[in-house]
Every structure is written in structure tokens, then in C-alpha cells.
Design a protein around this ligand. Structure first.
Ligand SMILES: COc1cc(O)cc(C/C=C(\C)CC/C=C(\C)CC/C=C(\C)CC/C=C(\C)CC/C=C(\C)CC/C=C(\C)CC/C=C(\C)CC/C=C(\C)CC/C=C(\C)CCC=C(C)C)c1O
Ligand SMILES: C[S@@+](CC[C@H](N)C(=O)[O-])C[C@H]1O[C@@H](n2cnc3c(N)ncnc32)[C@H](O)[C@@H]1O
Length: 327
């Protein structure tokens, strides 16, 4: 069965291209700005309000998007190998745990935002395919009078092998998506998978569209996290689930010391040696320190309208998985 038209069109990035390419958020222009001291005070507040951080650097909000773009454009080709080297493969376990927590059901429509090179999407496809195969085997065993053709047809229908589940990878960075698509091609992922260029802060999708929204190691890089969370809420169907895997705060003081040494003394060096890119990996470790704590982030998710918000620490809080529901 061919993919539904709307799904196939997504991969051509209809709305996504124009929105993503139209650039980063420009603070609202005011036509009737007050003059005199009030105007000056408001202007300085406005200036303060549009400042943010890029790692430990203070930058304007307009600058941040471009800087983050450059980081991932620069690391894209070495991204996967760097992750294995820096984490000694542990990031794979964290990503598996995200899938186990999701426990997708047959027919799940997943949106993976900041999906980069596709790690979450590929895990999702493996999971739903294995789940569907188990179900199909059970059904085939239960049916007594099937012909050989009928059995073979069941096994050959590629679209059906996912039980109707699909994943949409959305990322703002063309280079990351390019590597993801190459990986998908090389590893034989095709059915139920689509790629779209788009901004987490302004998702190119209609309301109430997805069963699950995931964002893994992505939200830390977004300029307006609250806006991204509101967008997550908007595109989820009622009953849909938000899941975020992100670096968090280590809760063991001794490990925290070691973690600091490893982060600041080792990671940028590995970045330089393996990828020739100290600065991007310095940004990585600095941005981790700027990200809110488990509890603060939980509150932000609740503020965006999610209910039953919980989190689970992994590896002593080096990362955490936050979960919430649109009810
Ligand atoms: C530009 O932006 C980015 C670029 C990217 O490539 C990736 C991301 C997003 C990130 C991911 C997708 C996840 C994968 C990437 C990472 C995990 C890298 C970030 C790493 C950290 C923030 C540090 C913590 C890392 C881990 C806990 C992973 C496991 C690493 C170890 C256990 C370290 C062991 C290393 C060695 C034995 C090598 C030799 C090290 C030394 C000589 C230095 C001294 C050693 C220590 C001080 C011991 C290190 C101990 C710890 C780190 C504590 C471990 C704590 C526990 C196990 C609880 C992206 O945004
Ligand atoms: C560390 S990578 C994570 C990739 C993937 N989720 C993973 O777990 O390996 C962060 C990704 O976030 C993307 N990103 C940053 N800001 C974004 C935004 N505003 N909207 C969408 N994606 C964004 C980057 O382009 C990059 O691919």
C-alpha cells in the first residue's frame, strides 16, 4: 500500500521549507514606541529581554539560532562517531530507554523533533516492526487454513510490516538531515519514515496530528524553549504524549566532580582530535550547564499545558527523560 498523500508530501517539506528558511525569530517591531525616559527604559528592558545564552556566552536571541545552526552544520559528518566515542556508547542505551518508555502501540504516529541523523526514528521503526511481526506470527499460527501465497503476502508487504506506525523526523539543520537520510538509505529504512526541515518553535504541522512527540538532546539548543513546548502541545492529539531525553543535573556530588572534569577537560579535546572542532564541543558542555534542572524543566512542561508530568533520571541524572500528556 502506498503511503498516504499527506505523509508523502511532508517529505517534500511543503510548509517546512518556507518557514525554516524564512530565518530566525525577529522580535516584534513596534510602530508606536513611547518617546522620552519611558521609551528609553522600555528599550533597555526590551534589549535585556532579547538576550540569551549560547553556552556561557551572552548573545542576542536573533544571533543564537544562527550560531546553533553553524554548530550542527559543522559536526554533522562526525556526529555519530563522536557520540559513540564521547559516551563510550552509553547514548545508545539512553535512546533505547526512551523507546522502552514510549512503548509505541500499533499505528503510532511519532514526531521526532530535532531528530538529526535519525537515531530515535530508526529505533522506533525497529521497535514497531518487531512488535508487528510478533503479532502477525501469533495471528498466522492461530489461522489454520491459510494458503502459502497468503502467508508470503503477509511477510512481503513492506508498508504493512509496521502495523500503520510512522515517524516524521523534523530538524532545522539541512546537514544533519542529509546524514540521516544517507544512513536510512544505507541501512534500508524506507517505509513509514519521512524527513522535514523545520523549527521546533514553529512546527510546520496542523494541530492534533501526532500520538507521540519526542525530542532527544535537542531542546537545549532551542532559543525559546517555552515556545517549543507550546508547539509540542499544539501538534499532539488529545491523549498524546510528550517525551524529552536531555542532559540534566547530576545528583551525586562525587560523580558530579568527575563529570565536570570529563566534560570540560576531555570532551573539547576529543572534539578537536576527532572532529577538528573544539568550539562545538565546548558549546555542548557549556549548554548542558545552562539547561534547567529536572524540577525546573518539569515546571516548564506543565506551564505549556501538559499534565501528569514526570521524569526519570538515567546515569545519576547525567540525562533525564521527561514525560507529559496532552489531556
Ligand atoms: C555539538 O553538540 C553536540 C554534539 C554531539 O556530538 C552530541 C550532542 C548531544 C549528545 C548526545 C547525542 C549524547 C552522546 C554524547 C555524549 C554523552 C557526550 C557528552 C558527554 C558528557 C557531557 C560527559 C558525560 C559522559 C558520560 C557519562 C558518558 C560515559 C563516559 C564516561 C564514563 C567517561 C569515561 C572516559 C574515560 C575513562 C576516558 C578517559 C578519561 C579521562 C582521562 C578523564 C578523566 C576521567 C574522569 C574524570 C572520569 C569520567 C567520569 C565521569 C564522566 C562520570 C561518569 C558518571 C557516571 C557513570 C555516573 C550535542 O549536543
Ligand atoms: C544533539 S542533536 C540531537 C539529534 C538526535 N535527536 C539525537 O538524539 O542524536 C541536536 C539537534 O537539534 C537540532 N536543532 C537545534 N535547534 C533546533 C530547532 N530550533 N528546531 C529543530 N531542530 C533544532 C540540531 O539541528 C540538531 O540536529
Amino acid at each position: 500500500m502506498a503511503a498516504p498523500r499527506s505523509w508523502a508530501l511532508w517529505s517534500f517539506c511543503g510548509r517546512g521549507w518556507s518557514r525554516a528558511v524564512s530565518g530566525y525569530r525577529v522580535p516584534g517591531l513596534r510602530s508606536s514606541w513611547p518617546r522620552g525616559p519611558l521609551g528609553a527604559r522600555l528599550l533597555s528592558q526590551e534589549k535585556e529581554a532579547t538576550e540569551t545564552h549560547f553556552g556561557f556566552e551572552t548573545v542576542s536571541e536573533e544571533e543564537k539560532g544562527g550560531k546553533v545552526y553553524q554548530v550542527f552544520e559543522s559536526v554533522a559528518k562526525k556526529y555519530d562517531v563522536m557520540n559513540d566515542m564521547m559516551s563510550l556508547g552509553i547514548h545508545r542505551v539512553w535512546k533505547d530507554l526512551l523507546l522502552w518508555k514510549m512503548r509505541p502501540f500499533p499505528g503510532t504516529q511519532l514526531l521526532d523533533v530535532a531528530g538529526g541523523t535519525g537515531d530515535i526514528a530508526f529505533r522506533f521503526l525497529n521497535y514497531v516492526q518487531a512488535q508487528h511481526q510478533r503479532k502477525q506470527k501469533r495471528q498466522l499460527r492461530a489461522q489454520q487454513n491459510l494458503s502459502w501465497e497468503e502467508i508470503a503476502r503477509k511477510y512481503q508487504n513492506e508498508e504493512d510490516s509496521l502495523g500503520g506506525s510512522r515517524v516524521m523526523v523534523c530538524d532545522i539543520n539541512k546537514e544533519m538531515l542529509k546524514i540521516g537520510k544517507q544512513k536510512a538509505h544505507a541501512q534500508g529504512y524506507k517505509a513509514g519514515l519521512a524527513w522535514i526541515l523545520g523549527d521546533a518553535e514553529e512546527l510546520p504541522f496542523d494541530d492534533d496530528k501526532f500520538d507521540v512527540y519526542t525530542i532527544a538532546f535537542g531542546i537545549r539548543n532551542v532559543t525559546h524553549i517555552d515556545q517549543a513546548l507550546q508547539e509540542a502541545h499544539r501538534v499532539l492529539k488529545p491523549g498524546g504524549r510528550f517525551l524529552c531525553l536531555e542532559f540534566s543535573q547530576v545528583n551525586n556530588p562525587l560523580l558530579s566532580r568527575l563529570y565536570d572534569v570529563y566534560s570540560f577537560q576531555v570532551i573539547p579535546v576529543l572534539g578537536e582530535v576527532i572532529a577538528g572542532d573544539w568550539k562545538s564541543y565546548q558549546y555542548l558542555v557549556e549548554s548542558i550547564r545552562q539547561f534547567p534542572s529536572q524540577e525546573e524543566f518539569k515546571e516548564m512542561i506543565e506551564d505549556a499545558g501538559f499534565q501528569k508530568v514526570t521524569y526519570e533520571n538515567l546515569t545519576s541524572g547525567i540525562v533525564a527523560i521527561h514525560s507529559g500528556f496532552k489531556l
